[in-house]
Design a protein around this ligand. Structure first.
Ligand code: BGC
Length: 782
């Protein structure tokens, strides 16, 4: 139900002196002290007929709400993460039909990221119920010192830790009116953050997977393979003697003997323990943790389990799918599929780097690089709006923002510009793809402060910030070839340039002048500093190394920063690096990979982009897939050890946007798709491409196919839109059918249709302007 701003009267409550446990922490804070789950309850009676009852709730880190013995709503791992020193999000549920004359509310609250190690406290809860009676009377029930609290069967819990549930400790009926809570304590009132409605889509269990196989690599250990790396947990079904302890462990990969390989999850314990109460079949799934895994292991099972004893529960922020892409090349389809899994695995109320190891944080570089892909595939509006708010809240008075939002750790300040750019770049995307001006307005002053921070931290317009740069190129974590200074200055330019465009959208003409001028100055400084006779500068391998590198040249080409008289030369140098030096393979990290395919296509080399993408040899996407990847890896290498080696990172997923923007050829020309371009790149061995993208203006469908005799493009242009259709000029005799009627046949106009306007030739394309309708363009080969 919609959550609105509302007047809170309730108090934050917690349990005095909770029982705590110590476990591994994240990779920075090595040990965490966290609380056992807290159980809260409150009973109340209703006298009269109610017309409406609504509950507002937030429980941080995570809560599960129950009323009269039943779970309310289907959100899990709620509320969405925020910086709890500033804000917590609340949900609202309509509970009119759940109430009776005698009622009980029960809430379990777990740790999540609301923990001491991040500067917070133990779990806390706030609840307010508004009841309206048919006779017009109103009543409010709030959380306060009249609530009762206790620990219960759900004990230790933590995002990285997993959880432990002792079913023998279940308190039957604890969330019902008649339960005897005389041995429960009274809750205490505590302070807590300001509250704001949770508007973004919630995290849900979106799918249940059956394991594809089960085997036993060691006595008493059974391994389940789900055939897919994903985020979530397993649901266990078991029966056996009371007190039997069943342990579930999770991993992305297995060792050669079939046992789970825990190296890639590093410090994360990622273990769920369930202790049987000894009744018929018992079912259990965790509540306040999640794991990134393909394999799950069960230990301590009474007897031999079957494939039916375990199910995989796929969990992530439930964003709506808006994009669909399919083509005749199976490898490209598989890269698309892997990207979708990697993307969804990393939408956990913030865009995370990975779901399995001791990080899982809102790393901004990963998010900005994958954002366009995410926007083509999913409705990301509310998700990113909430996250931009997290970034805004994390901004310091000097204008700096962190690498990770919410930051949770002071060491993330100030951001590497390739990470910090998420703030301005994603705000721009929200405007560009969704026509959302309000987000630009809301963040304008903070973005300006950030741009000013970048300026203060530059010398002669060369950025002095940066630590990661073109992260994770082949064979390395740190950039091998691309100077961090170059990447940082590129993003300094990117942010100032986009900010000047934002100022333009908001009609702040003074700022337009100031920042477009500054962008020009950065461009000049960039060329002065990095442009050499041999191309853009690189990290030198030796004093006589005068070579250049892929990313160094790709970045200035992307923004047309290269002086006109050097452009052809730089494009040729880049081609040489790709084709001759690397045999059509990438030598880019996450930054270069985002731009290289666009740059090649815009400069007439979409065929090279296609070749790189469809390589099956190292380094490349095809290599990952051949080596068994079902998502995207953090590294171009197949690594099975610890360190920087996740098998489910989305930061190389930017390639998927290229499928939409170049293979389909679909992109906006003005903000919010009012006018858009369809310019398919008919390349490689592709025979057909089919896609649809649900935009704020409606559903746009584009498909093309080619045979030896013809090329056919079908497009549907939604009402209120215009499209520019760029057809390849390789053939002649164009025919156009609009809404089933022939308009142009073999190049001759046979109906006067002013909605299809032949604009002319542009380079190697023939351009038509079209209005809303369904079109079929056919070109016969001559
Ligand atoms: C994360 C990355 C992140 C990086 C910063 C890593 O530990 O997993 O994806 O962007 O740190 O360089």
């Amino acid at each position: 139900m919609p959550v609105e701003e509302f007047d809170w009267k309730a108090k934050w409550i917690t349990k005095k002196d909770p029982k705590t446990f110590e476990s591994n922490g994240d990779w920075m804070v090595k040990r965490f002290v966290q609380s056992y789950a807290m159980y809260f309850r409150k009973t109340f009676e209703i006298k009269g007929n109610i017309s409406k009852a609504k509950i507002h709730i937030s429980g941080i880190g995570y809560y599960e709400l129950r009323i009269n013995g039943a779970r309310v709503g289907d959100k899990v791992l709620d509320p969405a993460q925020t910086d709890y020193s500033k804000i917590a999000l609340y949900s609202a549920y309509d509970i009119t039909d759940l109430l009776r004359s005698q009622n009980a509310i029960g809430v379990i609250v777990g740790n999540g990221r609301h923990i001491k190690a991040y500067g917070y406290d133990f779990p806390k809860l706030i609840v307010q119920i508004e009841i309206e009676y048919k006779n017009g009377k109103k009543e409010t029930i709030i959380s306060d010192e009249n609530w009762k609290t206790s620990h219960g069967p759900l004990m230790e819990n933590g995002i990285y830790y997993g959880e432990k549930y002792d079913a023998r400790l279940e308190m039957k009926g604890w969330d019902e009116f008649d339960f005897d809570d005389s041995n429960w304590e009274t809750a205490i009132v505590t302070d807590g953050p300001k509250l704001s409605p949770e508007i973004m889509p919630p995290i849900r269990v979106v799918k249940t997977l059956k394991p594809v196989k089960m085997y036993s690599p060691k006595d008493g250990i059974y391994v389940y393979d789900f055939g897919q790396n994903f985020t979530g947990w397993v649901r266990l079904h078991a029966s056996g003697p009371k007190g039997t302890e069943i342990k579930l462990r999770y991993a992305e990969v297995v060792n050669s003997d079939g046992t789970l390989n825990f190296s890639t999850i590093r410090n994360a314990e990622a273990t769920d323990v369930y202790i049987l109460k000894g009744e018929d079949t018992e079912s259990y799934e965790p509540r306040f943790t999640y794991h990134g895994f393909r394999y799950a292991q069960i230990e301590g099972f009474p007897g031999v389990p079957t494939l039916e004893n375990i199910e995989g529960r796929v969990v992530h922020t439930d964003v709506e799918r808006t994009g669909d892409f399919y083509c005749s090349n199976e490898l490209i389809n598989q890269i698309h599929k892997n990207t979708l899994w990697a993307q969804l695995s990393n939408l956990m109320s913030v865009p995370t780097d990975c779901p399995q190891r001791d990080e899982r944080l809102g790393w901004m570089g990963d998010a900005q690089l994958s954002a366009e892909e995410a926007i083509y595939n999913f409705d990301m509006r509310e998700f990113y709006k909430k996250w931009l708010k997290d970034i805004q809240l994390s901004q310091r008075s000097d204008g700096s923002i962190p690498d990770v939002a919410p930051a949770y750790n002071a060491s993330f300040y100030p951001a590497d510009p390739a990470w910090g750019t998420a703030y301005i770049t994603i705000a721009w995307y929200l405007y560009w793809y969704y026509n959302d001006r309000s987000v630009l307005e809301e963040h304008y002053e903070s973005m300006k402060k950030y741009v000013e921070f970048l300026k203060v931290n530059s010398e002669n317009n060369i950025s002095k910030l940066g630590k990661y740069g073109d992260w994770c190129p082949p064979g390395s974590v740190f950039p091998k070839r691309t100077p961090v200074e170059l990447t940082s200055t590129f993003y300094y330019y990117n942010d100032v340039y986009l900010f000047s465009k934002i100022a333009d959208v908001l009609k702040k003409s003074d700022d337009v002048d100031v920042y477009s001028q500054l962008a020009e100055e950065i461009k000049l400084a960039f060329n002065k500093k990095f442009l050499t006779p041999n191309g853009y500068d690189v990290i030198r391998m030796s004093p006589i190394d005068s070579g250049t590198g892929q990313t160094s040249n790709v970045l200035p080409l992307f923004y047309d920063m290269v002086p006109q008289d050097r452009k052809t030369d730089i494009v040729q140098k880049l081609l040489n690096l790709i084709v001759n030096d690397q045999d059509c393979h990438l030598d880019t990290g996450i930054v270069g990979t985002k731009y290289i395919f666009d740059v090649l296509s815009e400069n007439g080399y979409a065929d090279i982009a296609y070749r790189i993408i469809t390589q099956e040899s190292y380094p490349g996407f095809g290599y990952m897939i051949k080596e068994g990847a079902t998502t995207l890896w953090e590294r171009w290498e197949k690594l099975m050890g610890g360190g920087m080696n996740s098998h489910n990172h989305v930061m190389f997923g930017s390639v998927d946007a290229w499928f939409y923007k170049y293979l389909v050829g679909l992109s906006p020309i003005v903000a919010g798709w009012k006018r858009f371009k369809v310019k398919p790149y008919v390349t490689g061995d592709l025979k057909y491409v089919s896609s649809s993208v649900r935009t704020v203006k409606g559903n746009i469908k584009v498909a093309w196919e080619r045979t030896n005799n013809f090329f056919k493009l079908t497009i549907s242009v939604p009402a209120g839109c215009e499209a520019e259709v760029h057809l390849p000029i390789l053939w002649e005799k164009y025919s156009v059918i609009k809404n089933g009627k022939e308009i142009l046949k073999d190049g001759k106009q046979i109906r006067k249709e002013k909605e299809v306007i032949f604009v002319g030739q542009e380079g190697d394309r023939v351009v038509f302007d079209v209005n809303p309708g369904n079109y079929e363009f056919t070109i016969k080969m001559c």
